[in-house]
Design a protein around this ligand. Structure first.
Ligand code: OSB
Ligand code: MG
Length: 369
């Protein structure tokens, strides 16, 4: 493929409900979309940055800058055979995985269309439906959380993940576990604790959680390796893992027993597949994390989740849980038994609603040679 054009768009999109994590409350999303045109074929990617550098180092603004100054100019005019060549082309740009991932994934979309196959097939997936779970934000009280859990279970979701932080943890988890004794339940602390909280975190053991996601500092694999032997609950790393080397390090140190793979956090499909392969060869289950994506990022998450190592339900849920109206057609739907059916259509399998995207676009920059 010869890259002819890169278009960067920023959209304002309001979540249906505010989403609270240990690092803050989010409702108004700034969505960065990347459209790449090669040989007349258009591919889409989503940059999954947060508005602020509180989940990781990147933001919508840093990604805009990196793509504008370093990625789009070098990509224009390039002749690429496979999207997998992208990471080595941009190896000298350190970090900024989400910025890179948004662009790389658009190339995968183009490659799948040029080959006339579904994206999930190009990625190497095989599942025909994937299990779906939900991530629930922190609530004002345990009663309202229980109500929300019940609602999601009634919709069919197979796994419930609760966001926790100091002061909003044991009581909430205990209440949910008491009400629903046998559901698949996990928690995500988004780095809200440190190793001196080990005794406290150990108290979560009695709730038979599927996992405890990223309890300690965002960049600290070593401390998780110190924590894991002190608790029974399996640790799952999210923020710490940016590439397959990190995954190897974490697994060999015994820092976790499960890994959450996010396409943005690891820089796109190529590295996500590497992380998946690393985990699979060591029998570490993986699952697909979410970053409150629109349908474009969601469609990429769905394709990735068809890889065989994705044996646990991911945070990939229905469009209508996030948006009044999604920017893709059809929207992502979840069946009554909590699964997403994989489309056999060529490419991502979901059309971009261009009129809606144009209407929501707040800034746009086109790169043409
Ligand atoms: O840690 O998984 C996380 C959302 C924003 C930032 C970090 C995380 C999350 C979620 C939401 O848990 C997952 C989703 O529903 O997209
Ligand atoms: Mg997480």
């Amino acid at each position: 493929m010869k890259i002819e054009k890169v278009t960067l768009r920023e959209l304002d999109l309001k979540l249906k409900y505010p989403f609270e994590t240990s690092f803050g409350v989010c409702q108004n999303r700034r969505i960065l979309l990347v459209e790449v045109v090669a040989d007349g074929v258009s591919g889409w990617g989503e940059v999954t940055t947060d508005e602020e550098p509180f989940y990781n180092m990147e933001t919508a603004d840093t990604a805009w800058l990196i793509i504008s100054n370093y990625i789009a100019p070098q990509l224009l005019g390039a002749k690429i055979e496979h999207a997998t060549e992208f990471p080595s082309m941009f190896m000298r740009v350190r970090g900024h995985e989400m910025a890179k991932g948004g662009v790389e994934n658009a190339l995968w979309d183009i490659e799948a269309q040029q080959k006339g196959i579904p994206l999930w097939k190009l990625v190497g997936g095989s599942l025909s439906e994937i299990p779906s779970g939900v991530s629930l934000g922190i609530r004002e009280n345990p009663e309202s959380l229980i109500k929300k859990v019940e609602e999601e279970l009634n919709s069919g979701y197979q796994r419930i993940k609760l966001k926790i932080k100091p002061g909003k943890d044991l009581q909430y988890v205990a209440a949910v576990r008491k009400e629903f004794p046998s559901i698949l339940l996990s928690v995500d602390a988004n780095s809200a604790y440190d190793l001196s909280d080990a005794e406290h975190l150990k108290k979560l053991d009695e709730f038979q959680l599927l996992m405890m996601e990223q309890p300690l500092q965002w960049d600290d694999i070593y401390s998780h390796a110190k924590l894991q032997p002190q608790i029974q609950t399996s640790i799952c790393l999210d923020e710490c893992i940016h590439n397959s080397r990190h995954a190897t390090e974490a697994i060999e140190l015994g820092a976790c027993r499960i890994i959450n793979i996010k396409l943005g956090r690891v820089g796109g499909f190529t590295e996500a597949k590497n992380v998946h392969d690393t985990c699979r060869s060591r029998s570490i289950p993986v699952w697909c994390g979410g970053m409150l994506e629109t349908g474009i990022g969601r469609s990429h998450n769905i394709a990735m989740s068809t890889l065989p190592g994705f044996s646990l339900p991911g945070d990939v849920s229905a469009s209508k849980r996030y948006w009044e109206e999604d920017i893709i057609d059809p929207e992502v739907k979840v069946s009554a038994h909590g699964t997403i059916t994989i489309s056999n259509a060529v490419g991502r399998g979901y059309e971009v609603k261009r009129d809606m995207v144009d209407r929501l676009t707040k800034r746009k920059r086109e790169f043409v040679r």
